[in-house]
Design a protein around this ligand. Structure first.
Ligand code: NAD
Length: 536
């Protein structure tokens, strides 16, 4: 029964059960039959420690596109978390003894299992998180790509041999797994972020406990069922990849737990700061992937056609809910007016393509929660109060679900607190710059340091941008948007973005411990630096 109809029923004072939506979960609607292809039911267990068992509260998973309940997930209690952590630690002993290429083979099979479920899993991401289907499928593809990357890594994990200064000695750098690790993820990449961590951690020989966002529990259950299927087929303990759905209380427990040798945390800077301090207090290891405040610098020599097609997706795509979404456009004064008016025009062109993220004609889906809509409204109102001008958008869209207009704001100072903070919604501030040097300065003046992009046709500018006095971000792009990274490179950012790196390059090092080994095969003791200690 629709909300409008429910309201009408109450106005007429006809006696109907109070909970209008109780029986009408979306999972019962044949339109969402893909949920059953993923093994999901109306009531799901959100804890997996080798067995599915949960004793915590029941979470209703809501679709942001219509505010309706998709299905329920029973979260974990603190003692369920305890069960996950000890099972993951037990599973580690056998998992770590498997040769890395054998672990890679398991990850390869997970990649294949994901390929088989690409469509339904993508549809679920779209339904539960709210991003459009091509992006949601892209997110699953990203996990598949990380599995491919991890498979290669499983046969090439390096270890170095160094020359020793002592005759008959050898110096080896040996990498070993850490043990059990904790993975805490944000709502906006409910598959990929787990995949980035899990696939690499698995080939490195670690087991994991995953605490997903409490607003995307169905995705977490579906992904874990896929991984469980592969582990089971290979007679491996399920707790190699344990899951504990829950809120902040489960996250806090995991962060404090000394059995979690690494806590990989993806989420807001405010929470990540607490997590980092807590993990450091127990001398654990942390990998922080936190908020961004990403800028595109548009130089006077930019190819504007290229820029405009990139900027639309960068600013408005995913309804502004990527950590790498462009939040600031720093535009050279010579092209400022042209860029702002053309950007507003291209925003106008997508407004009629805002809607149900599962439909093929949709380009922009909803915000994830009513709280996100409130944050959007508050930010727009505050910007106007401070003298900002809304060049486009600024309004909540009156329809079921949590939809807002992509928004362009001009007229705020580059260093206003609003411009310097991350509002996780499709709001971009356009700021005029007199020259590239100022653009770089403004790019770097925010606390966050995730992604950045320069549009220029000049090679000298490119090298300035990527050099020591260029962008201070972890991701430094040229002539592409700030969002949409590939798995081969290391992903992450500096400063208040946390400094962590995941995925490609040498990010695997975060999931392993390093031993420097010196082996003496000379038959005589010889000290380094030629130190004589009681020698004749
Ligand atoms: P959030 O910080 O609210 O929550 C993230 C996770 O932390 C959730 O699983 C949540 O339950 C858990 N959590 C909350 N309080 C906790 C605590 N005290 N201890 C331990 N865990 C706790 O973030 P969100 O709203 O889900 O995600 C949006 C944010 O994530 C944005 O700031 C975005 O930029 C950032 N993000 C960053 C990256 C990156 O790679 N840098 C990627 C995706 C999202």
């Amino acid at each position: 029964m629709s909300r409008v109809l429910c309201r009408a029923v109450f106005t007429l004072r006809i006696k109907v059960p109070l909970a209008c939506n109780m029986s009408a979960y979306l999972i019962d609607d044949p339109k969402y039959a893909f949920l059953k292809d993923l093994g999901l039911e109306k009531k799901n267990i959100g804890v997996f420690n080798g067995k599915w068992e949960a004793n915590g509260r029941v979470i209703q998973s809501i679709s942001p596109a219509n505010g309706k309940v998709i299905a329920e997930v029973q979260a974990g209690s603190l003692s369920d978390y305890e069960g996950c952590a000890s099972a993951a630690q037990d599973a580690w002993h056998s998992w770590a003894e498997l040769p890395a290429p054998a672990r890679g083979e398991i990850v390869r099979q997970i990649g294949d299992a994901l390929r088989e479920k690409l469509q339904p899993l993508g549809q679920l991401v779209s339904l539960e998180m709210g991003k459009i289907l091509p992006e949601a499928i892209g997110e699953v593809v990203e996990y598949v790509h990380v599995c491919d990357l991890a498979l290669g890594l499983s046969r090439s994990l390096p270890g170095t041999v160094f020359p020793s200064e002592r005759p008959g000695h050898i110096l080896i750098e040996k990498w070993n797994p850490l043990g059990a690790i904790g993975i805490i993820t944000a709502f906006n990449f409910p598959v990929a972020v787990f995949g980035w961590n899990s696939a690499i951690a698995m080939v490195c020989g670690d087991t994991s406990v995953w605490k997903p966002s409490e607003t995307t529990p169905l995705v977490a259950v579906a992904v874990t069922k896929i991984v469980e299927g592969v582990l089971k087929k290979n007679d491996l303990p399920g707790a190699v990849a344990a899951l504990c759905v829950g809120g902040k209380e489960i996250g806090q427990q995991l962060v404090k737990d000394p059995r979690m040798k690494l806590v990989s945390f993806t989420g807001s800077t405010a929470v990540g700061h607490q997590v980092g301090v807590e993990v450091q207090t127990r001398f654990g290891r942390h990998l922080l992937e936190l908020g961004g405040n990403n800028a595109i610098v548009v130089n006077e020599d930019a190819n504007l056609e290229l820029l405009l097609s990139a900027a639309l997706f960068a600013c408005a795509g995913t309804a502004g809910q990527r950590c790498t979404t462009t939040r600031r456009m720093l535009i050279h004064k010579k092209v400022y007016s042209e860029v702002v008016s053309k950007l507003a025009k291209s925003f106008a062109g997508v407004v009629n393509k805002i809607g149900d993220p599962l439909l093929s004609e949709t380009l922009i889906g909803p915000l994830h929660t009513p709280a996100a809509v409130e944050a959007y409204k508050k930010t727009v109102a505050e910007a106007v109060k401070q003298g900002g001008k809304i060049e486009f958008g600024g309004k909540v869209i009156e329809r079921e679900g949590y939809f807002v207009e992509p928004t362009i704001i001009t007229g705020l100072p580059h260093d206003s607190p609003l411009v310097k903070s991350e509002c996780f919604a499709p709001i971009v501030y356009c700021i005029e710059i007199p020259d590239l040097e100022t653009g770089i300065k403004y790019n770097n003046e925010v606390d966050q340091g995730l992604s950045s992009s320069l549009f220029t046709e000049n090679l000298g500018n490119v090298f300035k941008w990527i050099g020591p006095h260029g962008s201070d971000c972890g991701i430094v792009n040229v002539n592409i948007p700030t969002n949409g990274a590939e798995v081969g490179g290391a992903f992450g950012g500096e400063k208040a973005t946390g400094g962590g790196r995941e995925c490609g390059s040498d990010s695997w090092k975060a999931y392993m411990r390093r031993s420097t080994v010196t082996i003496n095969y000379s038959g005589a003791i010889k000290l380094a630096q030629n130190i004589k200690f009681g020698d004749e």
